[in-house]
Ligand binder design. Structure first.
Ligand SMILES: CC(C)(COP(=O)(O)OP(=O)(O)OC[C@H]1O[C@@H](n2cnc3c(N)ncnc32)[C@H](O)[C@@H]1OP(=O)(O)O)[C@@H](O)C(=O)NCCC(=O)NCCS
Length: 179
């Protein structure tokens, strides 16, 4: 499913369109952007459009494009939602490097968490980051995610094996912190 419009102080979340794919593939060509991602090879334009169309059709995903000052800078989503057990797995890419370090990632994750716990009946969001991705670690922490465990040596980044840190935020903890 495409996510509805959510207005933040820094970012505007909106439903993706297939035209977004043109910009999105340029992010995935950039090894600085993909350093800590599982997707490290740029897709073709058609593949990226297909991915967006698949996400829009699939009721177990909610995906948003991220805009700053009217420009597309990233993509975020809640994926593989398990409606029976009330969990989903989040992901975010601020693909425009000039937009890094300005608080966008943090606000995106905070808005998405609020949506998951106030507009969807979810009880837990799961996520992860690779050791060394300090911006992701801090942005997730600011949205309430806490370390739940780690897979050792899960990915190969810049010549070394790095752990994948598994994180989660529970609805009850988020409600306590945000009421
Ligand atoms: C990870 C990502 C989403 C973070 O978004 P961002 O907008 O750059 O991050 P923010 O500006 O919101 O910063 C969040 C925190 O990280 C810190 N931070 C930002 N860049 C940093 C860096 N390079 N090194 C260390 N800390 C950093 C900020 O100071 C802030 O800390 P604070 O909460 O203590 O103030 C973004 O950089 C990104 O999409 N990177 C490429 C793809 C990726 O790695 N996605 C995440 C996969 S798990």
């Amino acid at each position: 499913m495409n996510g509805p419009v959510i207005e933040g102080k820094l970012v505007h979340l909106r439903p993706p369109t297939s035209d977004d794919a043109v910009v999105m593939i340029t992010w995935l060509e950039d090894m600085e952007v993909t350093r800590f991602l599982l997707r490290r090879h740029p897709p073709s334009l058609d593949e990226e459009k297909e991915w967006l169309e698949k996400m829009a059709r699939d009721p177990d995903h909610v995906v948003w494009s991220v805009e700053r000052n009217g420009a597309l800078v990233g993509i975020t989503g809640i994926h593989a939602i398990n409606w029976k057990y009330g969990s989903g797995t989040t992901g975010t890419m601020i693909g425009d490097r000039t937009a890094w370090g300005k608080g966008l990632g943090r606000e995106v994750m905070q808005l998405r968490t609020r949506y998951a716990f106030t507009q969807l009946p979810l009880r837990k969001l799961k996520s992860a980051y690779f050791d060394g991705n300090e911006a992701s670690a801090k942005a997730q922490a600011a949205a309430g995610f806490r370390e739940a465990g780690r897979y050792r040596g899960e990915s190969f980044v810049d010549g070394r094996w790095v752990d994948q840190v598994l994180t989660e935020v529970l609805r009850e903890d988020w409600l306590k912190a945000n009421s």
